[in-house]
Design a protein around this ligand. Structure first.
Ligand code: SF4
Length: 334
């Protein structure tokens, strides 16, 4: 799975173990330069380099949901490249909301299900699919509870994100167990309250930097975490239910949400959580995020929330220069 939105329940109902690959960080992206434009962000370049180095050798199928042109391009070439051709599915997410979007996405998920069932004796039944959807909804509820409780959880930023991002690879029951342990870690909390936005809190040095400087991430608006606060679906038809849940997340640039909705959501999130500053960790050349960035920053600053845009590169370590910029932001807070 490459970012961002995908129907976890569908893969599980078909017997797959979905594991998300956000980069991965620390990958030498140089080999990808033979196949992808060097000006693309580091996520598809690291992902392709990881594949070229054999990192996906045990994978049966790769899913690259449409989030941007860069990922769409990656999905289109994965089937042809060494070390072995990979079956790649490239579902398209609707750039709309409401009934038309749910119907489109439900049809897209049904098509994926047909593709996955091709060649097998028997695909999952409607009951199997619905049970998987309910399982994922229970894990989504634990995920939302974890995010809501963050201001009271005494874990460091690094430990909290390790727990919450285990949703990217753990089966639902195992994730719920991890969430329960994290939710029990309440106690005295301190630190400068900050909102974290962008795509993914990487490189890992970013969270270590925030912990070192006494920052407490109280609100998350990253694509890999906060923008996947899915509400449960309501339909008893499994594909439609999965579509309802998948389309229920907060406004997201990678889903083409209106800019005004996205800005209003982030400003309200900062106000609700008492964030005094916002860190916008965005991979260089990320068109969807950079398009929204000026208006988002302006709105946050107007609401009294100081902002810092950090351009990230998952193939590189977190830099001392970026560390200094975080420190300067914190020193400038009133
Ligand atoms: S960081 Fe931005 S441009 Fe890169 S893959 Fe993610 S959404 Fe696409």
């Amino acid at each position: 799975m490459l970012p961002v939105h995908h129907p976890r329940a569908l893969w599980r109902a078909h017997g797959y173990l979905p594991v998300e690959v956000w980069g991965p960080p620390g990958t030498d992206a140089t080999p990808a330069g033979a196949h992808l434009q060097p000006f693309l962000c580091s996520i598809p370049r690291c992902g392709l380099a990881f594949h070229l180095a054999g990192g996906l050798r045990d994978v049966d199928v790769v899913v690259v949901p449409h989030a941007c042109d860069a990922l769409q391009g990656l999905g289109s070439i994965l089937t042809d490249l060494p070390p072995r051709p990979l079956p790649a599915l490239t579902p398209y997410l609707p750039r709309a909301t409401g009934e038309v979007a749910v119907a489109f996405l439900a049809a897209e998920i049904a098509t994926l299900s047909t593709r996955l069932a091709e060649g097998s004796q028997r695909g999952p039944t409607a009951d199997d699919l619905l049970a998987a959807a309910l399982d994922e909804e229970a894990a989504d509820a634990a995920f939302r509870a974890l995010l809501d409780a963050r201001p009271r959880i005494s874990l460091s930023n690094a430990a909290f994100y390790e727990a919450v991002r285990s949703r990217e690879y753990l089966p639902p029951a195992e994730f719920r167990a991890v969430a329960e342990v994290a939710l029990a870690a309440t106690g005295p909390v301190d630190g400068i309250p900050v909102l974290l936005s962008g795509i993914v809190p990487e490189p890992a040095g970013l969270l270590a930097c925030l912990d070192r400087h006494g920052v407490r991430v109280v609100a998350d608006d990253t694509a890999c975490v906060g923008r996947r606060r899915y509400a449960p679906g309501t339909s008893t038809e499994p594909f439609r239910r999965m579509a309802e849940a998948l389309g229920s997340g907060p406004p997201d640039t990678t889903r083409g949400s209106p800019l005004s909705e996205r800005v209003a959501y982030v400003v309200a999130l900062a106000a609700q959580t008492g964030a005094r500053a916002a860190l916008l960790a965005i991979p260089g050349s990320c068109d969807p995020e950079l398009f929204a960035l000026p208006v988002l920053r302006q709105a946050l600053e107007a609401a009294g929330v100081r902002t810092l845009h950090l351009e990230t590169d998952l193939s590189m370590p977190f830099t001392a220069q970026a560390d200094t910029r975080v420190e300067a932001l914190l020193e400038s807070l009133p």
